[in-house]
Design a protein around this ligand. Sequence first.
Ligand code: ADP
Ligand code: MG
Length: 322
Amino acid sequence: MPPVALGEFELIHRYFGRVGASRDDVLLGVGDDAALVAPPAGQVLAMAVDTLVEGVHFLPDDPADSVGHRALAVNLSDLAAMGAVPAWFLLSLTLARTDEVWLEGFAQGMAALAGRHGVALIGGDTTSGRLTVSVTVVGFVPVGMALRRDGAREGDAVFVSGTVGDAAAGLALRQGRISAVGADAEALRRRYLRPEPRIALGVALRSVASACIDVSDGLGGDLGKLCQASGVGADLHGDALPVSTELRRAVADGHRAMALAGGDDYELLFTVPPDRCAAVERLASVTPVTRIGRIRGGTGVRCDDVALEGEAGHGFDHFREP
Ligand code: ADP
Ligand code: MG
């Protein structure tokens, strides 16, 4: 990579030499040509990569610690949706400039989340160009226990964790498209800036859910993907959608649409066979989950008998014509 003011080696060592948990299964971390790790016996590796580009996935004035947090959180959420426990991650960082205040905040936001989930940064790459953060995460799941998108069957119940639409409202607030004040504004902004990956719920769902996906592009669109993978359709009950009081107050008329089409919530959307629904209600004491609909034969997602179309039906797509 081209030289940067701080020095590439110095920068890596200072900000990314020790991020997250120290783990016995990391035999060699940041510093050599490759990391060496020891995967556990009897488990398969779950791996995912997600990239955040400035101006596309985050706003240029988003706080640096939020960018660090989100870059890891969106990846942890992908593992949560598989029922996997995250262990290690790699960071590919493209920087427009070496702003030490920004780097400090970014590394701190990432390290705090990594520490809480016991994951270790084991390597990466640093280069210059438009600010882009790409994280690759690796985790474990026992053989045959992973949650997939393709297991939903007719008659299964559809559930979602937490509340949906808040992150989209938080983004709209930052962009001045809606208004809210005080604690409401703070809560919605926080849902966008600091999504919490549902790792514990994913693990608990291993023996309960028939299919699972995380809500990154919008509930309707992500349910559509799950249905397509499973070869089924789904019916949603609009009144059942979990909408926070903050979102109801901030978006009086459009909160239903935002709950269906808004992205970036990183909640888990999953299906459960009828005989296992009681087990889900028991999980609800740990993580809030809401029953929102039912899997049927056929294709496509309907809400209150109306087929979802447009953004609610397809979710966000970088390459689709608006
Ligand atoms: P190489 O030239 O062999 O690819 P680099 O000079 O790119 O190695 O990286 C040196 C070491 O620093 C490697 O262990 C690499 O994994 C690590 N590294 C580079 N950039 C990052 C980063 N942004 N975060 C974590 N580790 C990094
Ligand atoms: Mg090398």
